[in-house]
Each structure stands twice: as C-alpha cells, then as structure tokens.
Design a binder for this molecule. Structure first.
Ligand code: SF4
Length: 714
C-alpha cells in the first residue's frame, strides 16, 4: 500500500460519534432508554444502547482524531462492528477494515453498512475486496482459450480506445439466462474444446456477461475446480501494467473502485498478501487509506507468518509448467523448435525427483506418524540428502527462464513465465541454503502437496513496518486480545508499541446464561486412558444437553479416538469435521434438531450459531500449540535464547486466548443459554491451571453432572 500524506484533523468527530450513540462523551449511558439511543435505534435491526459499544466508538473516534494505535478487547455482545464503522464513516477519510473471516466481511458489507447508511443519513461508498484468486484473469482466459484451439480473433473485438483487443463480447440480451453448472445443454461456442467441455463453455458464457469477474457469481462452482485455477487472477501469473487487458481487468477495476471509496473491506489474507508484494507492479491492489481497523486481530500473527514466508511446492512448479504450455500453445511457439517443450519436460522431471526425495526423507524420519498432513523442521542432514536434486531443479528452472527469455519478439506472457521461473529458482536456493537465522525452515505435506517452506520466526517487526506504519491511525480489536488483564502478549506478538488500550467486558450475563462443568476426576490428558474417559464424559454431557453441542478437539487424533465410542452411545445426529465443507456442516448443524458436531481447530473461532441449536461447548484439552510444530518450536527457541520463559511468555498466553475463542462460541446472544465444559484436569492440578481458570467466562462452576440437568430444567 502506498503511504498517505498527513491529514488535517477532524476535531468534531468525537462529538459526532457521541451524538450517534446518545449522550455526551464521558456521560453515563442509559441502557434501554430509547431517548439515549440516538439515530441507530429503529434503523439498525435489534439495536439497543450498550455502554461498551458507545465507549469503544468514542475511543476509536479519539484515536482517529489524534493518530496512533489502539488495542481494543471488546467482549462478546459489545457490538464492535458498529462501534468502529460509525466513526469510520463519519471521519470522512478512507478507512480500511480488515477481518479474519468471510462471514464478518459479508456481515459488514451486506448488513451493517446498508443499515448505517439509512441510520446516519450520510452518503458514503464502500468496496468489498476479495482475494485476487476470486477474480477472473482476462489474460489467462484468453491464453487458455487460444491454447485450446480457439482463434485469437474469434472472440476478441477491437477496442475503440487503446487499440488493444478486448476479450469480452457484447453482453447478451436481458432475457438470456445466466450460467449454471446444473445446466448441461450442449454449448454452441466458437472456442475450440468448449463444445466438448461443458465447464469451459460455462466459464466462457459467464465471462461474456460478468461485470465483476467474481467467481461467486458462478454460485455452484466447486471450491477446488482445477479449471478455475487456470484462469484465476493470481499475482504470480499477473502481467501487471504490461498486460493488454490491464484497463479492463477485473482486479484493476476493483482497485479503482476501492481507491474512490470511503470504506474498503478486506480480509487479513489479502491485507498481508498485498503488503508482501514489495514491487507493487504485479500484485498490489489495496489503495492508500488514512485509517485502519483490524478486526479479529488475534488471527493476524498466523496470517502474517504465512504470507511473509517463502514456499516452493510441487503444485507451484506444476502450475508454472502448465501455464508455460498454455503460452506455447496460444502463441504457436512450438514453431520455435523443441527447446521450449523440452525445457518444461526437463523441469517436470527434476521436480518429480526432488519432491519425491523430500517425501521419502520425511517418511524415513523418526517423527513420521503415517499421517498425510504434517510439518517437520528441516535439519542439515535432511537438506544435505536432498541438495543435489534441489540444485538440479534450480538448474531446470533456470533453463526454462533462459529459453523463454530467448524467444524472438517474446510476448509479455512468455516473459512472465521466464520471470516466474527465475523467482522460484531464487526462492528454492534460499530454502536450500536454510541459513537465515530469522527464518524457520520446514517441510509441509498436505494431500498430494509437498511444500518446502521458510517462515519468519518473529513477525512483529514485519507487521509494524509493512502494515501498521502505513496508516495515520490503526485500531486492532477482537473479543480476545488480553491475558490476565494485560495486552503485553499481543503487543509483543504484533509489534504494537506504543498503543492506547481499552478492555470492555462481555455484555452477556454469564452468571445467568451459562454454567461451567469440570469433571471431578479425569486421567492426565497424555495418558492412554484419557480418550476413553473423555468419550464417557462427552456422552454423559450430551445426554443431559440433548445433543445441541460442539465438541472441540485439539487434534484429529483425539477426535478419531473418541468418535466411535460417542457414535455408539448416543442417538443424536453427529456431524464430523472433514465430512463436508465447513459452511455445509454448519448449515446442517443449524438446521438439524439435537445435532452434535465433532470438530478440530477450524471450528474454534469465527463460527456463530445463535439460539438453542448450540447449547453446549465441550473442549477436550487445554489447546497448547504442539511443541513439535516447526514454527512453534522455533518461536520457543528464540524466546529461550534471549533469556525468556517460552512456556509462560508464549505457550500459556496463546493457549488461553485459543481456549477463550473456543468457549466463546456458546453465548452469542442475550437469550442464549448453555453449558461450557473443559475435560482437561490440568485446569486444577497444575500451577498454570489457575491462569486458565481466571480467563474462563464468569459462569458458575460445577463438578456435578446433575447440575447440568437442573440448569436446563430451570
Ligand atoms: S492485469 Fe493481471 S490479473 Fe488483470 S487481466 Fe492482466 S494478467 Fe490478468
């Protein structure tokens, strides 16, 4: 993101925000009093005055006025989105809002902002920017079409302006029906294989019509459709301003819209991906913004670690080979001789040897669990074993770079192939050296994917310089940012120094709305007896809550160990993470009476089920990050090297925040009621357990299963 110049102050902002939320700054709020509610009452569905929301809005208005950074922990029920959107809109400056989940992005764009436009009577514009891979790349579509045998002129009408060809044909008549995957009528396309490939025909039909290029318009497109990966507007494959479609490009248009908007909504993935693109020409899309609100900020460290790292994978090399073949086919470059095709085949061959070698090395290692998904830290022996194959792969990448550079009058997309090959070669060499002490080097496997990775051990400096310093004022907020009343942990992890702080307790009354059940006796969670005892407790609890529960596990291994016993013992419908996409499972859970969901990490946060459908959340163990994980172990090593205590400085605070997120799934509304349970006995048997107990929601504690029955009988 470009830097923004200093802004004139807007001294009236705090007063404006105070008027919206009712009462003067510093005045006591009067919850429930309509006269104090301001213009939001009536215009925003279910709005009710909340002191915490008003305090948060005023504090954010203040930081926008003064500049600087602020951490705001807003407990559940604060209504934090309105608390930051109102000052953002009234500031009359461009404000970036970044969230951790798609759900929250959509809530802000489709629900909160329209409601506020009505309520505030202020005209403003907003753009919802998705990640680049959600948009169609016109250049890649044209290359794909031409490589499949379509004529380069058949679908391209001359542009009246730039003299460059346009891919998109005139829009069809209004009465034409938009494409649907279920529509399997034969296509009468003029683009080669489109006649025989219904998905490609569908894509071309849609490409002629779409105004946004957003794949969401193709509602029933499978998430992992390989065809989409061939035409997605990823930064890797982008030609930037050298692209003949640059002006019509959907990403360019999205960026222009955002640059003219008052509110720009992104997610942390796009925020970090954008900041990680240092050259700007080939991928930067987020425009300069004066202020930023980073919601769900507890997720930022993980996302930044992912995007500011380096990864070379078999998928990335194969994608390069595939795109190179498309370019050869589209431009008839095979006439250049055999070298281009041969260089790609050679690259494929070297990549196969290298990545298979990594796989074999991993399987022969001492920590191999037989799992399809794991991460192992690389050591010098492992790297030495694979160095020769790695250097040969580097040489093959260099070969592709050279032959594509040497093409006479090379088209831009051929030069882009050379550039990508050179980038992958450089990154591979960095990974094989494994010598930068600021990075942790590891091998990750996921399905058929083999990823050689380097992640920054500390991202706090990167977050500060690449993200936070770009804005006049930044607010980082979440329901869980502090540990034992202190923001120290989050300040150090995110590089937020100095910063104002605000902590707002949950608006929910846990003393009335929930109870916390801790089993009186449980084996140590590391003992072989734990899974069986956990299954027994889960069954006992579910019988009393009549299902309606999330059972959140800290690992797939525990889920798998417990699942059969629970399935045998209860008659409630059971859904299991992995059986369907997350959104489908959630929808099934919401609409199935007495459902039980067995899940791991991806359901611990960002999941909202309001009402009776979710009346119980059970957590198996304290969610300590695995010390075997390469990034976790490297971070702990780094803290130990500077004389700190990794367990207390890193592991405990991280686990407390994760536990709070998991248990926070239960009460999402004033009328919600239910049972929280943590089966891990270390809460009471270990010295550190007290730190966890103090961080739990303030619900009455019980060790009696009968208390659960009584709670639901009330
Ligand atoms: S500018 Fe990049 S993303 Fe846009 S059409 Fe061209 S290559 Fe594709």
């Amino acid at each position: 993101m470009p830097e923004v110049p200093p802004l004139p102050r807007a001294p009236a902002l705090t007063s404006l925000v105070a008027r919206v939320f009712g009462g003067a700054p510093g005045a006591a709020a009067a919850p429930g009093c309509p006269d104090d509610a301001g213009p939001l009452a009536g215009a925003v569905p279910e709005f009710e005055p909340r002191p915490g929301q008003r305090d948060m809005a005023l504090a954010i208005a203040g930081i926008f006025e003064q500049g600087g950074r602020m951490l705001v922990e807003a407990g559940t029920g604060t209504g934090k989105t309105l608390a930051y959107l109102v000052p953002a809109i009234l500031s009359r400056q461009r404000v970036l809002v970044s969230t951790g989940t798609k759900n929250l992005e959509e809530q802000i764009y489709f629900k909160d902002l329209p409601a506020l436009a009505d309520a505030l009577g202020v005209r403003f514009t907003a753009t919802y920017m998705k990640g680049r891979a959600n948009y169609l790349c016109l250049q890649r579509l044209q290359t794909l079409r031409e490589s499949r045998g379509g004529s380069s002129s058949s679908g391209v009408r001359p542009s009246t302006g730039s003299g460059r060809g346009e891919l998109v044909e005139p829009r069809r008549r209004e009465s034409d029906v938009g494409p649907r995957l279920s529509d399997s009528r034969p296509r009468t396309s003029d683009f080669g294989r489109a006649d025989t490939d219904p998905l490609f025909g569908l894509l071309l039909d849609w490409a002629r019509e779409t105004e946004t290029g957003d794949r969401a318009e193709l509602g029933d497109l499978p998430e992992d459709l390989p065809l989409w990966n061939e035409v997605a507007a990823t930064s890797d494959a982008c030609l930037g301003s050298n692209c003949p479609h640059y002006n019509d490009c959907y990403v360019t248009r999205m960026r222009r819209r955002a640059a003219e908007s008052d509110i720009v909504i992104v997610n942390h993935h796009l925020l970090c991906a954008d900041a990680a693109v240092r050259q700007g020409e080939y991928g930067e899309v987020i425009p300069a913004c004066a202020y930023a609100v980073i919601d769900e900020a507890h997720q930022l460290e993980d996302v930044a670690t992912q995007y500011f790292g380096i990864a070379v994978s078999n998928y990335r090399v194969e994608e390069l080979c595939h795109d190179a073949e498309q370019v050869i086919g589209a431009h008839g470059l095979d006439r250049e001789g055999f070298e281009l095709g041969q260089s790609i085949e050679h690259l494929r061959d070297r990549a196969r040897t290298f990545f298979m070698g990594l796989q074999f090395g991993r399987m022969a290692g001492p920590n191999y669990q037989g799992s399809g998904e794991d991460r192992i830290r690389l050591n010098s022996e492992f790297l030495a074993d694979n160095a020769d194959a790695g250097h040969e792969l580097g040489g093959a990448l260099e070969g592709v770079e050279q032959v594509f550079c040497a093409i006479k009058d090379a088209p831009e997309d051929a030069l882009a192939i050379a550039r990508r090959a050179g980038e992958i070669r450089d990154e591979l060499r960095f990974l094989l050296r494994a010598s930068d002490p600021d990075f942790v080097y590891y091998l990750e496997t996921r399905g058929h994917g083999v990823f050689l990775r380097a992640s920054p051990i500390e991202v706090s400096r990167i977050i500060r310089t690449q993200l936070l310093d770009r804005f006049q004022a930044v607010v980082l907020t979440s329901a869980t940012l502090s540990v034992a009343g202190s923001f120290d942990y989050m300040r150090s992890r995110l590089g937020v120094h100095p910063a104002n702080e605000l902590r707002l307790a949950s608006e929910f009354d846990y003393s009335q709305q929930a109870i916390l059940y801790l089993p009186p006796r449980m084996p140590d969670p590391r003992s072989p007896a734990f899974p069986e005892a956990a299954a027994e407790q889960i069954v006992e609890i579910l019988e009393r809550t009549r299902g309606r529960a999330f059972v959140l596990f800290t690992s797939y291994a525990m889920l798998r160990a417990v699942q059969p016993a629970v399935e045998r013992a209860v008659t409630f419908p059971i859904f299991v993470q992995g059986a369907a996409p997350r959104s489908v499972l959630l929808q099934q859970f919401r609409t199935t009476a007495h459902a039980v969901l067995l899940a791991t990490s991806s359901f611990w946060q960002g999941v909202d089920v309001v009402g009776e459908a979710l009346s119980c959340v059970i957590v198996d163990k304290l969610p300590f990050a695995s010390p075997a994980d390469p990034v976790t172990s490297a971070r702990m090593d780094a803290i130990a090297r500077r004389g700190g205590e990794p367990f207390w400085e890193y592991e405990v605070p991280l686990a407390i925040l994760t536990l709070q997120q998991g248990l926070g799934r239960l009460i999402r509304h004033r009328r919600d009621r239910g049972v929280l349970s943590v089966l891990d006995p270390r809460l009471r048997t270990k010295a550190y357990g007290q730190a966890f107990l103090e961080a739990l929601p303030p619900a009455p504690l019980t060790t009696s299963l009968d208390a659960i029955s009584r709670f639901f009988a009330e």
